[in-house]
Design a protein around this ligand. Structure first.
Ligand SMILES: CCCCC/C=C\CCC/C=C/CC(=O)SCCNC(=O)CCNC(=O)[C@H](O)C(C)(C)COP(=O)(O)OP(=O)(O)OC[C@H]1O[C@@H](n2cnc3c(N)ncnc32)[C@H](O)[C@@H]1OP(=O)(O)O
Length: 280
């Protein structure tokens, strides 16, 4: 039913080529011919960490879906155990200044595109979803997660602060009090805990079940006129999108200041080592 790559994801744009990147395909888009619902699959092994290329390709895919008036979008992962490990730490460790700037601006763009898309959006969370992975999930309208994984904004545990738009997205998803607790603790919720707190909406037994549930959620909108649907969604979401749009440069400068701080660089080095040692 879902035909692979019916909507072609454009490869890297010219401005990325100057960094010598190869145009690997980190995003697959397949569209159900009957329902018009698209499945957007992140496929950057091993953990879908969000580097500049994955972020750019996701943004392109979502914008293409908008232009093609898709009926709904399901965001998921090709991995069996990780939805997304969040931002690629290698983009922030000893960064090339022009690339890290582009990285952050592209992340801002991706968030504004996903959070404000007109079509219904569902995250089929088929693996762990910390930090930036949680942001992507929360930016969708509905979340379905598989058991025995974790999700949350764990930034404070890493000694860093989630940007204000990450915080706003969490507050809008689970409410002020629960967001305050979760953010200050850097709490990673298990699937069951996430369901209880309202961070996810349903638990699925498998990826196929998650996709079926997502299709069912999106199917409800078949009877709702699209324009009032979109306007209602944007009445709730546009304030935070506009806030970031107006403060993009300020937000970028704050990020660059943190990233370029030698203490952050030392922290990143230790964190990368700890990730590697967990395996040993
Ligand atoms: C973090 C400091 C940022 C400094 C900048 C300052 C402020 C502004 C930015 C603030 C916002 C930040 C949001 C973020 O998203 S930060 C990223 C936070 N992410 C995490 O903490 C997740 C870390 N990863 C994990 O916990 C696990 O990898 C896992 C997702 C649970 C999956 O576990 P598992 O399946 O066991 O896989 P491995 O751990 O063995 O990983 C395989 C491989 O991938 C590397 N890796 C994992 N996560 C990342 C990542 N986020 N970025 C880059 N690389 C990652 C890991 O090191 C392994 O590599 P090797 O195979 O080479 O050992």
């Amino acid at each position: 039913m879902y035909s692979r790559t019916m909507l072609k994801v454009r490869t890297l744009s010219n401005n990325l080529k100057m960094y010598g990147s190869t145009s690997s395909n980190f995003v697959n888009v397949s569209v159900n011919d009957k329902s018009g619902v698209a499945i957007v699959t992140m496929q950057r092994e091993p953990v879908n960490s969000l580097n500049l290329e994955l972020i750019t390709q996701l943004k392109t895919a979502l914008s293409d879906l908008e232009r093609n008036k898709c009926r709904g979008m399901i965001l998921t992962s090709a991995s069996k155990s990780v939805f997304s490990a969040g931002l690629d730490i290698m983009e922030m460790y000893k960064p090339n200044q022009e690339r890290v700037r582009n990285f952050w601006l592209s992340l801002q763009d991706l968030w504004m595109t996903l959070y404000g898309c007109s079509y219904p959006s569902v995250a089929a969370i088929n693996g762990h979803s910390p930090a930036g992975g949680c942001l992507l999930s929360m930016s969708c309208e509905y979340r379905i997660m598989l058991p025995n994984f974790t999700i949350g904004l764990n930034e404070t545990k890493l000694g860093i602060i989630a940007p204000s738009w990450f915080v706003a997205t969490m507050k809008n998803t689970i409410g002020f009090r629960k967001a305050e607790m979760a953010l200050t603790l850097g709490f990673l919720f298990t699937t069951e805990e996430a369901l209880k707190v309202g961070l996810i909406d349903e638990v699925a037994s498998s990826k196929e079940d998650a996709i079926a549930k997502a299709d069912k959620f999106i199917g409800q909108f078949a009877k709702i006129p699209p324009q009032p649907r979109t306007i209602s969604k944007l009445m709730l979401r546009s304030k935070d999108i506009e806030t970031l749009r107006k403060t993009k440069e300020q937000d970028l400068q704050a990020f660059l200041q943190v990233v370029n701080d030698p203490k952050t660089q030392k922290g990143l080095e230790l964190y990368l080592e700890s990730l590697k040692q967990r395996k040993a």
